[in-house]
Design a protein around this ligand. Structure first.
Ligand SMILES: *[C@@H]1O[C@H](CO)[C@@H](O)[C@H](O)[C@H]1NC(C)=O
Length: 365
């Protein structure tokens, strides 16, 4: 009797898990295209524009060449064919397109594979620093800190940060000249275990903090991905791609985070950009998971792209009302696999994990 009950229970669990996986792949979803205004592909980037960080005067720094470890990836999207680069796009002169930003100082450009980015502008000196997650070619994940020299358009390496709690880095948000939060998207690092973690629906993603020492300050995410902060620095936002939720945390003086609210986004959200003027959140999302997975294995197959704007009701959380608006939806005919949407003055850049970069003028939302 007990044995039979146990067998039925296990069977029910397996069936519900498989059902959730199939539902999560999104075969029932359809993409209807719409753009907020005229959009075009920005020439010069073909192998990804995963994350974007914008200075207060409209200079966008873009990471290209994310090295994905542990999942099935198209050979042309892996080293040595894949190169890690940082590009610059000036929102004030969109017609100028991209320039590659040279890396200066003690950094090996051949081993540099950037992923998440964050800009820190010193309120006193005006110095701009770029924090970059680097999936180093032959060593552990790390965060590189650069000084961004606007005049010569170059990045000067200042510091490399590694730590025991920095094992599967995805994104970073700077909160001081050498202080930052970071996400570890998954707990496992080997191929088989990563697939197991995703398919079994385990919530092992974490958020960490570094202020001279690294430590985990939040956990329980299904693939914690993008991380960013409110313009006043009081809140930290974390995207959990497989939870399809955005978590709002309040920062405490000791660096710990207190969870305030979870916002249902109902799409595979990747990076979060924050409009410094309005405080609006801009999300790059993967609306149809199976398309993105097929694109990952073979980038010639298109994947959906989706941009959401999240307006928060007030400057302090929890928010009684949250307005989520879809600004762009594309079936891959413009760009495939959007991971980030960066807004500046009625203009929009849409970056992707493995594909091109798009620029749109915003005429109506
Ligand atoms: C990618 O897909 C195309 C057709 O969609 C096919 O011709 C090509 O061989 C595939 N490449 C790989 C590496 O699977």
């Amino acid at each position: 009797m007990l044995l039979r009950l146990a067998v039925w229970l296990i069977l029910a669990l397996v069936v519900s898990r498989v059902g959730l996986i199939i539902y999560g792949l999104g075969y029932h979803k359809t993409i209807y295209k719409h753009y907020p205004g005229p959009c075009r592909v920005v020439p010069g980037v073909e192998t990804g524009s995963e994350d974007i960080a914008v200075t207060s005067n409209g200079l966008a720094l873009i990471s290209s060449g994310v090295r994905v470890k542990g999942f099935a990836i198209h050979p042309a999207r892996t080293p040595p064919i894949l190169k890690g680069k940082i590009f610059l796009f000036d929102f004030n002169h969109p017609e100028k397109n991209l320039v590659e930003v040279p890396l200066k100082g003690s950094i090996d450009a051949a081993s540099f594979y950037p992923h998440g980015l964050s800009l820190y502008e010193d309120p006193k000196t005006g110095e701009k620093r770029l924090f970059v997650v680097n999936h180093h070619l032959s060593d552990q994940d790390r965060v590189e800190i650069f000084r961004f020299d606007e005049k010569s358009t170059s990045l000067h390496h200042l510091k490399t940060v590694t730590g025991e709690t920095m094992y599967s880095l995805n994104d970073v948000v700077a909160v001081g000249p050498e202080t930052f939060y970071f996400t570890n998207d998954l707990y496992y690092v080997t191929k088989f275990a990563k697939y197991y973690e995703v398919l079994a629906g385990l919530s092992f993603g974490t958020v960490g903090f570094y202020d001279g020492q690294d430590r985990i300050v939040a956990d329980g995410f299904k693939m914690s991905n993008g991380i960013n902060k409110s313009p006043d620095g009081r809140y930290v936002y974390v995207a959990a791609a497989l939870d399809e939720k955005l978590t709002v945390f309040e920062r405490k003086d000791d660096g710990s985070l207190e969870e305030i609210q979870r916002i249902d986004v109902c799409s595979g959200l990747d990076n979060i950009e924050v409009d410094k003027k309005s405080g609006d959140l801009w999300l790059g999302c993967h609306p149809v998971s199976h398309m993105f997975m097929e694109h990952t294995e073979n980038f010639t197959k298109p994947a959906g792209s989706q941009v959401l704007r999240v307006q928060l009701e007030s400057k302090s959380a929890p928010y009684a009302r949250v307005d989520i608006r879809e600004v762009l939806m594309d079936d891959g005919s413009l760009v495939s696999g959007s991971s980030v949407a960066s807004y500046y003055d009625n203009k929009l850049l849409v970056g992707t994990v493995f594909d091109k970069l798009a620029y749109c003028e915003i005429k109506a939302i």
